[in-house]
Design a protein around this ligand. Structure first.
Ligand code: PGA
Length: 252
């Protein structure tokens, strides 16, 4: 942590979660103090958002969606619009996750338009960036992430309503994590990119690390310079693990 803002720990449930799993969200809610030192957000599947919002009302737990469309409504079967997420109780939306980039062919240009639409709809995007294993082996990690940032953050974005998550693709769901030096290098690089484009506001943007964050490694990862929280996949499905990660977050 090098910045003064409140750390954020967000759980990405991906395509997991039935109504019975709302119990996990209730457990998280009961353990998280409203206005506590760490901001805690859960991003369940769309089907659980509205029920989770009822459970979490007035608590310290915020909610997010996992994707949104570029339009606010219309003939887009199967898609979800930012105002719908907001209406269901979400404050955040994950955008540009590597699983969307890979399995849905999402480009930086499309993600750029989603970031714009999400902010116009009153949501805070959690924009994901990260290199593949091959790209890292070939020494292209910084260049790839630089292109993703350049291509997917609109120059007129509300930069103080944006969170960035660095998620190396090869670390997601694999149990592998980069070295502390590699995380520090990448987060420093992202901060510099933001400072060049938004000199006055870059210091306030929260930069999360994501990819195999577990209770056992969270303390080490979250203590790295320019790491302002975590985006947690698998370990966010179990309330006790997710809470252990949030509790490992240094609070300055
Ligand atoms: P993981 O997923 O924690 O299961 O590696 C992280 C993510 O995809 O956001």
């Amino acid at each position: 942590m090098t910045t003064t803002h409140r750390p954020l720990v967000a759980g990405n449930w991906k395509m997991n979660g039935l109504r019975k799993d709302l119990e996990e969200i209730a457990t998280i809610r009961d353990a998280v103090k409203a206005a506590g030192p760490i901001e805690v957000v859960v991003c369940p599947p769309f089907t659980l958002l509205a029920a989770a919002a009822v459970l979490c009302e007035g608590s310290g737990v915020g909610l997010g969606g996992q994707d949104c469309h570029t339009e606010s409504k219309g003939a887009f079967t199967g898609d979800i619009a930012p105002p719908m997420l907001k209406d269901a109780g979400a404050a955040y939306v994950i955008l540009g996750h590597s699983e969307r980039r890979l399995f849905h062919g999402e480009s930086n240009a499309l993600i750029h338009d989603k970031v714009k639409a999400a902010q116009a709809g009153g949501l805070i995007p959690i924009l994901c960036v990260g290199e593949t294993e091959d790209q890292r082996k070939q020494g292209q990690a910084l260049a790839v992430v630089g292109q993703q940032l350049q291509g997917s953050i609109p120059q007129d974005a509300q930069i103080d309503s944006l969170v960035i998550a660095y998620e190396p693709v090869w670390a997601i769901g694999t149990g592998l994590t980069p070295t502390a030096e590699d995380v520090a290098e990448m987060h420093g690089f992202i901060r510099t990119h933001l400072s060049e484009r938004w000199p006055d506001k870059a210091a306030g943007v929260r930069l999360l690390y994501g990819g195999s964050v577990k209770p056992g490694n969270a303390g080490k990862l979250l203590a790295i310079a320019n790491v302002d929280g975590a985006l947690v996949g698998g370990a966010s499905l179990i309330a006790a693990d997710f809470l252990a990660i949030a509790n490992a977050c240094p609070t300055g």
